[in-house]
Design a binder for this molecule. Structure first.
Ligand SMILES: Nc1ncnc2c1ncn2[C@@H]1O[C@H](COP(=O)(O)OP(=O)(O)OP(=O)(O)O)[C@@H](O)[C@H]1O
Length: 367
């Protein structure tokens, strides 16, 4: 049943290409040579901290902002010169922007009436869109009589009812409480899959992007830092910013020294970690590893190359794992060990040796 309903609103999926975009507000250079190739049917995220330019880029695709240079292509056609209403994109705003005096069904119908869609067709699409988001029974209510999650679904229904080729979502979950957010993000993913609609999702929340998106562009200060699947970004971050923004990263400062035995990364406190022969380690490179890739053993044994001596500073119980804070020289590092009921734990003050397999070490530039 759902599949039949969805099919009536499906457009064939299109690509979105962003080429050489620069945009400034006065002296503020907000988007800096942005290039992205978003594939047909992809659920794509713009992820980055507040002020990095995500919304500006999304509004540019929608036609609400003009670039200084570059162009936007939808399905291979340059749409840069088209006004918003001729672009075949639908945008869901953070605030939902529903009309409070209209019923849910009238809100969904509004955009179709404006476009001069025939009455019978409007009725068909309103029914299909409300079915799609599971609200067909609430068409007669006003937005104020709905929960936040339901209002969000009305905003999505209203947008997909106009059958856009591209769906743009600007932090659509930010007004929901934590539990609703998890539920609605699954619904959004499910809806996007059923419609096969190319979708771009703006968020500053890495968990949100990781759980629902196929690929993510990580942005900082108007620059795309890296594009990849959530797993690629986590396992092979291109720089320190990406490593820090997606998950917890341990970062060690140091400098490369060479002797008869090869190259070493000398960190504060005297420990030396061997630098792999193929690693490119210009000045400023940091040594990075994830908390779950490290091991801890009680100190006493002679430290081998690649091992760091330190002391436990504290521990946090995370359920499936125990996170230990380990002080090494002037740095505080995190190590996650699987939690096993009844197993001996390290205590604050314990002297430990921290080991990381060479394959889990990342040699990263700052940006
Ligand atoms: N209409 C505008 N006029 C002038 N400056 C603007 C305008 N809109 C955004 N900016 C500036 O452009 C930069 C990027 O803003 P943008 O809203 O795109 O960031 P964002 O990554 O979406 O942040 P947030 O997550 O807080 O929404 C910021 O420095 C912001 O102050």
């Amino acid at each position: 049943m759902t599949v039949t309903v969805a099919a009536t609103l499906t457009a064939s999926a299109v690509s979105v290409d962003i080429e050489g975009i620069n945009l400034s507000y006065g002296d503020n250079h907000v988007l800096k040579d942005v290039n992205l190739a978003i594939r047909p049917g992809e659920f794509f995220a713009f992820l980055g901290p507040s002020g990095c330019g995500k919304t500006t880029l999304l509004r540019l695709i929608a036609g609400f902002n003009q670039a200084d240079t570059g162009r936007v292509l939808i399905g291979g056609s340059d749409i840069s010169a088209l006004p918003p209403w001729k672009r075949d994109v639908g945008m869901v705003f953070q605030s939902y922007a529903l009309w409070p005096h209209m019923t849910v069904a009238a809100n969904v119908a509004f955009g179709l009436e404006e476009r001069g869609v025939p009455k019978a067709e409007i009725a068909r699409r309103v029914t299909a869109a409300l079915n799609l988001v599971g609200l067909s029974h609430l068409g007669g209510r006003r937005p104020s009589q709905l929960s936040g999650g339901q209002q969000q679904r009305v905003a999505v229904a209203r947008t997909v009812a106009v059958e856009p080729k591209v769906l743009l979502l600007d932090e659509p979950l930010s007004n929901l409480d934590a539990k609703m957010r998890v539920q609605v993000r699954r619904e959004l993913r499910d809806l996007q899959q059923r419609l096969g609609l190319t979708t771009i999702f703006v968020t500053h929340d890495q968990e949100e992007a990781n759980t629902i998106c196929d690929r993510i562009a990580v942005m900082n200060d108007g620059i795309v830092q890296q594009v990849g699947t959530p797993m690629e970004l986590y396992e092979r971050p291109a720089n320190l910013f990406v490593a820090n923004f997606l998950g917890t990263a341990n970062i060690l400062d140091g400098s490369v020294v060479a002797d008869g035995d090869g190259r070493w990364f000398a960190v504060e406190g005297g420990a030396r970690v061997p630098v792999p022969a193929d690693a490119v380690v210009p000045p400023g490179t940091k040594l990075v590893f994830r908390p779950q890739h490290a091991s801890l053993t009680r100190a006493g044994a002679v430290a081998e190359a690649g091992q760091l001596q330190g002391a436990i500073s504290h521990r946090e119980f995370l359920g499936a794992s125990m996170r230990y804070g380990v002080r090494i020289g002037g740095s505080e590092l995190s190590v996650d060990l699987p939690f096993q009921s009844g197993a001996a734990l390290f205590e604050a003050g314990d002297a430990v040796t921290l080991g990381v397999p060479p394959s889990a070490l990342l040699w990263l530039p700052a940006a």
